[in-house]
Design a protein around this ligand. Structure first.
Ligand code: URA
Ligand code: CA
Length: 436
């Protein structure tokens, strides 16, 4: 392997063979022959020159082969998984996983932690008293066999090449490359073992992709990649310009998921998107013959409380207090409740999701760097969505804080993220399109 020649080829716009990509990636992952500075240079060459379809498949397969793959073959049923590209108030997993499991799908899911302005499912789950996300592989498989779902942190050595490459991308301005994001996400999803993978690709000011054109291209490339590697993959492009849920913060998002599964927030944006995603999973798994009957089934499971009971079972199976679904006061509560008041009357014309996410981070709900702890109790309750009428002096949002010194920055971020105008604007569509 000659790393210099390999980098030169991509720099000059040439096309790699599958074999040379494989060698470069596996050598780098194993600390052989390829140095970090060479990987960095190649990543930048990819950032400028992109990758062809065969190159991207070879890259993704090599990344998968750098580590272990989860074997779900001992589990009954069709194994489904969902991945969100990340957002604010994006609590869909805690709603759709129990609903899909209650419908008969097998949900063996590995999730991540929050970073920057985005929340992470593991942090939310760990706000449930006693709940563990670090199950062993055997505990994970046993739980899914018994109750149909589990949501845990990564076990085993999955896609080590991605961890090493991502750390370089993070410090060399090469994160925002569509082929590099597509291979990073899909290598991990495929290594997690599910047969059906639903991608929730967010777009807007709280998402990786701020515009629809980029979101569409990322979705298309990920669907093609997964399909090529033999999985059933579909992508939904959904809005992340304003926060999806009403509550932002770890225990607060668990609370909203519970309230939705109690049918106490009918028609809310988070409920609508979660039901739609769960319905796609049922149809992809062949549990429902078409999308309409899938929606009907999921709605029934929501209204009957079957989804809520399944969520309580999942909490309890992972060592958490399953009573939380019946008694929200068992969740951590913040000491200070403080409203942010509207400076004028009018209509809410936009809410900047990323800034709302940073406000939640300022309160302690999120992380600025990977090693930061999170405060499960703190966060933000949004009082409005785009399009709604607001009167001067009424709350725009309500802060849940534990440290008085965090309040001023959060308030300022919230005030600067919400614009109020004289004309009512139509909200953006929640789901823009479906790609398969
Ligand atoms: N999320 C990932 O897992 N990888 C990326 O490259 C970007 C977002
Ligand atoms: Ca962009």
């Amino acid at each position: 392997m000659n790393p210099y020649q390999f980098i030169l080829k991509k720099r000059n716009g040439g096309e790699h063979t599958a074999e040379e990509i494989r060698e470069f990636i596996l050598n780098y992952a194993a600390d052989r022959e390829v140095e970090a500075y060479q990987m960095s240079a190649w990543l930048m060459a990819v950032w400028f020159n992109g990758m062809t379809v065969p190159e991207l498949s070879a890259l993704t397969q090599a990344m998968i082969d750098s580590g272990d793959v989860v074997d779900l073959s001992s589990l009954p049923g069709i194994k489904v998984d969902k991945h969100s590209t990340g957002g604010v108030g994006d609590t869909t997993t805690l709603i759709l996983a129990p609903l899909a499991a209650a419908a008969g799908a097998t949900v063996a899911k590995m999730s991540g932690r929050g970073l920057g302005h985005t929340g992470g499912t593991l942090d939310k789950l760990e706000s449930v008293p006693g709940l563990r996300t670090n199950l062993t592989s055997q505990e994970f498989l046993d739980q899914v066999k018994r109750i149909g779902c589990a949501v845990i942190s990564q076990t085993g050595n999955l896609v080590p090449a991605d961890g090493k490459m991502y750390a370089l991308r993070d410090v060399t301005a090469t994160v925002d490359s569509i082929p590099l994001i597509a291979s990073s996400v899909m290598s991990k999803k495929i290594a997690c073992g599910a047969e059906c993978i639903l991608l929730d690709v967010k777009y807007g000011r709280g998402a990786f992709m701020d515009n629809l054109k980029d979101a569409r291209e990322l979705a298309r490339r990920m669907v093609d990649l997964g399909t090529h590697i033999g999985r059933k993959v579909r992508a939904v492009i959904s809005d992340m310009d304003q926060p999806l849920g009403t509550l932002i913060g770890n225990a607060l998002e668990v609370r909203e998921a519970i309230e939705i599964l109690r049918n106490e927030r009918p028609g809310s944006a988070l409920e609508t998107v979660s039901v739609e995603l769960a319905s796609h999973l049922l149809e992809m798994a062949g549990i429902a013959p078409d999308l309409d009957s899938a929606r009907k089934k999921i709605r029934e499971l929501l209204v009957s409380g079957a989804g809520l009971r399944k969520l309580g079972e999942m909490f309890a199976a992972q060592g958490g207090n399953g009573e939380v679904v019946n008694d929200l006061s068992l969740l951590p509560q913040a000491a200070i409740i403080e409203p942010v008041l509207a400076p004028r009357s009018g209509y809410v014309t936009s809410i900047h999701a990323q800034k709302i996410g940073f406000a939640a981070t300022a309160l302690g709900a999120g992380r600025k760097k990977k090693s930061d702890p999170v405060d499960p109790a703190v966060g933000i309750e949004m009082a409005h969505r785009v399009g709604s009428r607001i009167e001067e002096g009424q709350p725009l949002a309500i802060l849940h804080a534990n440290k008085p010194e965090t309040i001023a920055e959060a308030k300022e971020l919230i005030l600067s993220s919400i614009t109020i105008g004289d004309e009512q604007v139509a909200p953006r569509k929640l789901i823009e399109e479906v790609i398969e």
